[in-house]
Design a protein around this ligand. Sequence first.
Ligand SMILES: [Zn+2]
Ligand SMILES: [Zn+2]
Length: 342
Amino acid sequence: MKVAMYYNQQDIRIEEKPIPKIGDDEVLVKMKACGICGSDLMDWYLKNRAPLVLGHEPAGIIEKTGEKVKDFNVGDRVFVHHHVPCLTCHYCIHGDYTLCQKFHNTNIDPGGFAEYFRVPALNLQIDTLKIPDKLSFEEASLIEPVGCCLRAFKKSGIQVGDSVLIIGAGTTGIIHTALSKIFGASKTIVSDFFDFRLRMAERFEADITVNPKTDDLIDVVKGETNGIGVDLVIVTAPSIEAYKVGLKACRKGGKLCVFAPTRPGEYLRISPKELFFSEIQIIPSYSTSHLETRTALELIKSGRIKAKELITHRFKLEETSEAFKTALENKESLKVIVLNEE
Ligand SMILES: [Zn+2]
Ligand SMILES: [Zn+2]
């Protein structure tokens, strides 16, 4: 079978690999659609693991099932989550599923940018979801990123009527914009350096969009919040500057959600004195669990999250290298999808 082997951002090769053999309690899935995630574009994160097959937002059709598999059949259309928790460790029983060691160790084999992938038993049991007929594979490939954003909102404890600032309007920034409305925000402000993305944010019901190249974000936020700042800031841009601005835009007692990691070795200076008196809460949210993926599927199915409108580019598996280039360089791109067509 064909796989897209990642050596580095500029070097992704189509290679031949044997189709994975499955165990009695596993299934083989034929990939149909798999999104490129922001984390697939973080070279520092992947450098030490390459060469590898990326792709963790896959949807496809079950091609083969092991003898002991009961709940799935050949021909089922499925979304598969690449990471699943053990449900019993200290982290899991505290609801911190994404910190579970098993969560980090589980994965699909070899990855989503391949003609076929093997779904290990635990992934099949805990977080393989059947795709409703009305959803396309490409829409289902958005389940994972929507799940990540949902988890951030849940962790942030947003309340109806809150004001929200989203810094960075890439795919996840736009999903956050849509979720902000769903969670009942009274006002959603979205900031990005690229006007294309701000127009997309408006399509997803942002109330106010700001390009910091032309307008001062803090002035706008203060003007919109009677001078006090927003209740919740979500930073989806991987930059220290974005976090600095985010802290300034947050009201006293508000929350700042850390949704994007910066490069290793980059630090944000925080004064405990200022943090103490401002009581701003810093809430990081990494990845998504089996709880949010189910809700994400429902939100996409119901049309509350318009998954299709998030997809700006589609490439064939053979063109994965070009797909990465587009995701990395084209500032008029949001979700870039790799498709495995007949
Ligand atoms: Zn992702
Ligand atoms: Zn666990």
